[in-house]
Design a protein around this ligand. Sequence first.
Ligand SMILES: [Fe+2]
Ligand SMILES: [Fe+2]
Length: 282
Amino acid sequence: MAVRDGALLAIGDLHVEHPENREIVAGIEPESDADWLIVCGDVADRPEDVEWALGKLRDRFARVIWVPGNHELLAQRGDPPLLRGEQRYRHLVELCRGLGVITPEDPYPVWEGACGPVRVAPLFLLYDYSFGCNIAPTREEAMERAHAAGVVCIDEFLLDPAPYPSRQAWCEARVRETEARLAEVEPLLPAVLINHFPLIAEPTRVLRHPEFAQWCGTALTADWHRRFRATAVVYGHLHIPRTTWHDGVRFEEVSLGYPRERRRWPIARPELRRILPEPRRA
Ligand SMILES: [Fe+2]
Ligand SMILES: [Fe+2]
């Protein structure tokens, strides 16, 4: 689809079970009918809330591209057993397809606006605890330190990796599959890589609780922004919205985050981040 005068915009971590966030999502509008929107995971914990939010956004944007966060995958009390792990993810993919929303399971679309063409690649990669080397030499020790500090991600209790034996094994399978897919696509096109978790560990170094880094990504993707010619990498999960540069590649953390976090931020900020055309570098 050729797109003129549109922008590729992004937001993540909508967490619409919070009424303030729901109100923000209800008010999100494109600047042009040609705008595409990346929704970078943690839309909501419950599929019906994910459907509400993505449906609203799909009505307004030319294209909506979604990747799952950890929150979409949390098993909720009373959920049927089929809504766990990989099956929960597949259920969400089908829900997105019903809405016309692009998922990591669909062909990667090509954005053809100003400064395009650029391949837009939504990824679902999870984490494998390898970023925990920021606090301890082994995974076991890093986990012990997290428990001792009282900083343990809710995923440890609610993110069922079935049918994989562990979240780490699920992550490894996703990384293998995704790497093969990315290696197959047209190598000359630059890419926007989208993943709920940062592809590199550096952004986790500013976490208030360094123990949390082990739930934030995998060292297996450390060179993907270079290998797959990323013009930008879009991620969320940290709830630390900002732009950073690594090896000359722009990394955009696009979280909306929780209302209590926004009250701590001293300045108002736009709700949607422009990914393309590339904003002027400050
Ligand atoms: Fe989040
Ligand atoms: Fe998250």
